[in-house]
Design a protein around this ligand. Structure first.
Ligand code: GTP
Ligand code: MG
Length: 216
């Protein structure tokens, strides 16, 4: 789908426009992540009702990249509304709370939802949020890497909206991947390795201060 010619919009005030859907169980911190991406600050939030929309432009290799982020409600009762947004997304970020194992175990369900309602060649990455709660961790980074490899996902990053960890990196990584996929002349070039992440070209990174390599 959609991110062929439609994503390129140089006649307007940006070079690329990408629509990213953010999904995952309720209370994993999706809204806090998006708010941090938009404003650079962490604020307490209410549970999302339906879908919220955020936009921020990034500058990548001299190009203006507009990121439209659709922050969906994780609560079951909003599922019909949120599913209707999957179709037009170029990419999806599935968030889990690394202190709550059940939110990690839900990921196959979210992938299934994307397969059912999303575009065929959707770029998908995982984020394990609340990395600041170190002594409450219930999901190993290695387990997330294994899952990502199993489903052919782009990457896993561990984030903290509260401690400002890896939030911009998530969206930069996604934007670079979408640009690479949307620019035939760039395919095959190591465009992602220039990210300010302590990550290997296998595109797996967690807390930048910790071990990051995942042998996927
Ligand atoms: N410790 C910690 N708490 C966080 C972090 N991010 C979010 N939270 C807390 O987690 C709770 C849920 O955050 P939300 O962003 O509303 O969660 P959500 O995934 O958007 O939930 P729904 O809108 O219901 O799907 C709030 O109390 C946040 O303050 C984080 O990085 N660290
Ligand atoms: Mg929310």
């Amino acid at each position: 789908m959609p991110f062929s010619s439609a994503a390129r919009a140089s006649e307007e005030n940006f070079d690329y426009l990408f629509k990213i859907i953010l999904i995952g169980d309720s209370n994993v911190g999706k809204t806090c992540v998006v708010q941090h991406f938009r404003s650079g600050v962490y604020t307490e939030t209410q549970n999302t009702i339906g879908v919220d929309f955020t936009v921020r432009s990034l500058e990548i290799d001299g190009k203006k990249v507009k990121m439209q982020v659709w922050d969906t409600a994780g609560q079951e009762r909003f599922r019909t509304i949120t599913q209707s947004y999957y179709r037009s997304a170029h990419a999806a970020i599935i968030a889990y709370d690394l202190t709550r194992r059940s939110t990690f175990e839900s990921i196959p369900h979210w992938i299934h939802e994307l397969e059912k309602y999303g575009a065929a060649n959707l770029v998908v990455m995982l984020i394990g949020n609340k990395a600041d709660l170190r002594d409450q961790r219930h999901v190993l980074f290695e387990d997330a890497c294994t899952l990502a490899e199993k489903y052919g996902l782009l990457a896993v990053l561990e984030t903290s909206a509260k401690e400002s960890r890896n939030i911009d990196e998530v969206f930069m990584l996604m934007a670079k991947e979408l640009i690479a996929r949307n620019s035939p002349h760039l395919c095959g070039e190591a465009t992602l390795s220039s990210l300010p992440l302590d990550s290997s070209p296998v595109l797996m990174a967690q807390d930048p201060t910790a071990e990051t390599h995942c042998a996927c």
